[in-house]
Write a protein that binds this ligand. Sequence first.
Ligand SMILES: Cc1cc2nc3c(=O)[nH]c(=O)nc-3n(C[C@H](O)[C@H](O)[C@H](O)COP(=O)(O)OP(=O)(O)OC[C@H]3O[C@@H](n4cnc5c(N)ncnc54)[C@H](O)[C@@H]3O)c2cc1C
Length: 404
Amino acid sequence: MKVTIVGSGFAGVKAALELSKDPHMDIHVITDKPDFQYYPSLYSSATGHSHLESWVPLGEIFADRSNIQVTIDSIVGIDAKKKEAIGLSETRYHYDTLLIAVGTVTTYFGIPGLDQYSYGIKSADQIRQLKERIYRDLAEHKQLDKNYVVIGGGPTGVELASALGTYLLRLARYHGIRSRHVNIRLIEAAPRLLPRSHPKISQRVQRRLENLGVQIEVGCVVEKETAQSVIAGGRPIASHTVIWTSGVMNNPLFSAHPEVFKLAKNGRVVVDEHLMAADHIYVLGDNAATPYCGLAQTALHDAKFVAKNLIRKRKRQPLQTYAAVLPASSIPVGPGWAAFEWKFIRLYGWPGAVLRRVADFIGYTDILPIGQAIRPWHAGTIYERDYFAPSVSQSPERHRKKSS
Ligand SMILES: Cc1cc2nc3c(=O)[nH]c(=O)nc-3n(C[C@H](O)[C@H](O)[C@H](O)COP(=O)(O)OP(=O)(O)OC[C@H]3O[C@@H](n4cnc5c(N)ncnc54)[C@H](O)[C@@H]3O)c2cc1C
């Protein structure tokens, strides 16, 4: 049986690995990047920890799987009548069964200036741009920016804001620069941080962040960003290092094909009880309108479910029905501290941090054999100097973002 998978994130990689256990499966993964990106640790790689915890080459993951073939291409169209996925390279990939898991894209909700001036931490390129900004301040002005503004009080914003202060102080020391006081502000439009978590988690996390010196502004709407400042809650905040962690929307691949995909109110793809969106097409992970979409564990769950059903289909066994599973969440807030939540269980401090480390290890073993999973997991404890940083003499012309 031939299965074509688009995307090599949590859902795409896991589906390929599960399907490959059946030697009768012939799997073709088409993806726009040669590696798997472990999103949960991006904030950590962006603040000085090893990049090895966030990027794992696909060659390493699929090394011993002879029935998986990988093609690097970006899928830009679907011709459901001809059963073809169309690549940016203009190659048309015929499919028998298609699994799509292309993840989300960043949106700025039309707020003026954000796309031009703000930084992100969703990819290696974005992290490199942020580091270039910070290193330029150090090299050219011999000082750090006065205000670092993190927009978005969801898990990524909280994790980043909690790690940024320590990272900046270490960098300044390393470059022999006497650091002036650096303000780190975390801005959230909702009335509390972590709006998807229990209010008690929000309270404890806010207190912890304040203890770490982070200034928090909730119920504060960002209106505009310029080269010198960001305007939030009607006030300008002088800063040229604004990091946008808010706002994701479904991949535009789906809205471009209304003849194939039906979208739910939240923009995700409507799927049936087998995660099918159209004839021969399954949609998984962040793309599918399931109750807990938007989380890595849901993407893994979807992948295991679809792979198992496809193997059952090949064996002509009855198919199973999808059941959503509530994932646990563990949000690190500074060293040795995390807030853990699952159903009615809430833990804070080092027990939460231990559970987060365990969850990360399990996350890596989902895509790598245990022996190999130790490497990226252990990399999370290593500071590196500094994989994404430009050399100090690098030309400022390379900076795509604002050059104030
Ligand atoms: C910064 C950050 C931190 C996060 N932290 C957590 C966390 O701590 N815990 C948690 O549970 N979840 C977390 N998430 C969410 C989690 O990462 C996602 O839910 C998960 O990655 C979804 O998996 P996916 O396979 O659906 O999509 P992704 O993992 O996004 O994978 C999409 C894949 O498709 C590829 N692709 C994209 N477009 C195309 C195209 N047109 N053609 C071919 N290939 C394409 C991409 O390169 C990628 O390989 C975080 C997300 C972010 C952004």
